[in-house]
Design a protein around this ligand. Structure first.
Ligand code: NAD
Ligand code: MN
Length: 357
């Protein structure tokens, strides 16, 4: 069977807790399925490391990561480091260094869990959001002058290139094509933002020509928030800019039950670099060290990672086992249960062993 090298970067807050849980479940899956083996290497790149050494990623760090087939990432962010420093120094440094331009965020209401939407249950909300992950509003362009003065000016410049928008939209249409509904919603704000967003809409029309089997519709991002809440059944694949999709995908996770369940893949679709997989949530200082973090987001992340590595069957099986455990009512507090991280992890490992027995 195949062997994959996985680089783990647990980083901050609950990151180490959920990554430990994820590694345990992956080991159980590899042992029970006998389909593949995994070699994990941990990297202690975190806000603590930054406070000691002045760096999140040591010199040569990306070359080191490049030796792996995939990266499993926890969360970054500490109360005593500015968020824009921690985010740009670690997570974005990897995403940009490895041209992981497609950020993929599936969300659904898992069996056994409840949506805060009164009328929605499992099957009513099953989306995948594709987020542009290399430029846009998070290109880091802009500047500040007259810092601290009443007349200070700051600009935050969005960058949209035909190259990056085209490759991302093509990727998103490919994802839509592989899903049952073959339906894509292209989200922009092309009424108020009249340059980059209008170009997005135009490129979407061009790309759509190569996907006659996919139905396309256009939405403005503000109207989209209402649509997600009021008609979740009407959506399937959703593609949007870096900023818009960031916001929509947190909403999506909350509508599906909790920010603690959803995964994110940062993909380099050219496969020249390793892709990075992480739960959607952050470092959650408020619950760090209490043993109550929901590990489901990391389990689903692990499943997405296996799918990307080509281990489809094991990926499906893992998600099924997670849903079975949720269905049995083994839920952490964010999902209305009382289980600890460890109890959910043990239950999923047990379910995996049972499933392959
Ligand atoms: P957060 O996701 O860390 O927490 C938001 C809320 O959701 C908190 O109440 C938290 O307890 C809860 N929550 C999150 N994950 C959970 C889980 N697995 N189980 C149970 N409850 C969970 O978002 P935030 O509070 O806005 O940010 C905290 C820090 O994390 C900041 O420094 C932020 O920059 C960083 N952050 C990092 C990432 C990332 O690494 N990709 C993403 C978002 C936020
Ligand atoms: Mn976010």
């Amino acid at each position: 069977s195949k062997s994959y090298k996985i680089a783990c970067i647990p980083a901050d807050g609950i990151g180490p807790e959920v990554i430990d849980a994820g590694v345990e479940v992956l080991k159980a899956l590899s042992a029970a399925s006998k389909a593949f083996s995994l070699v994990f290497k941990h990297y202690d790149w975190s806000s603590d490391t930054f406070k000691k050494t002045g760096k999140y990623i040591p010199d040569g760090g990306l070359d080191e990561l490049k030796k792996h087939d995939a990266i499993l990432f926890g969360a970054v962010g500490a109360p005593d480091v500015a968020d824009h420093i921690s985010l740009w120094s670690l997570r974005l440094a990897i995403c940009q260094g490895f041209q992981q331009y497609a950020n993929v965020r599936p969300t659904k209401i898992l069996r056994g869990t409840e949506s805060p939407l009164r009328k929605a249950s499992t099957g009513d909300l099953d989306w995948v959001i594709i987020r542009e992950n290399s430029e846009g509003e998070y290109a880091g362009q802009g500047g500040r002058s007259h810092k601290g003065q009443p007349w200070e000016i700051a600009t935050e410049v969005s960058i949209f290139t035909r190259h990056a928008v085209t490759r991302l939209l093509k990727f998103a249409f490919e994802v839509a094509r592989k899903r049952q509904k073959k339906h894509i919603t292209v989200v922009t704000k092309s009424n108020a933002q009249r340059n980059g967003m209008v170009m997005w809409d135009e490129i979407a029309v061009e790309v759509a020509k190569d996907f006659p089997d996919v139905t396309v519709e256009k939405m403005l991002v503000d109207a989209m928030t209402c649509r997600m809440v009021l008609q979740p059944q009407s959506l399937d694949t959703i593609v949007a800019t870096n900023l818009h999709a960031d916001i929509l995908s947190d909403l999506a996770a909350a509508l599906a039950g909790s920010i603690g369940i959803a995964p994110t893949s940062n993909l380099d679709p050219t496969r020249q670099n390793p892709s990075m997989f992480e739960p959607i949530h952050g470092s959650a200082f408020d619950i760090t060290g209490k043993g109550i973090a929901n590990p489901v987001g990391t389990f689903w992340t692990a499943s997405e990672m296996l799918r990307w590595l080509g281990e489809e069957a094991a990926a499906e099986r893992l998600l099924e086992c997670v849903e079975n455990v949720c269905g049995d009512g083994v839920l952490t507090r964010d999902l209305g249960g009382e289980a600890t991280t460890k109890e959910v992890t043990d239950a999923v490992c047990e379910e995996i062993r049972r499933s392959y027995a």
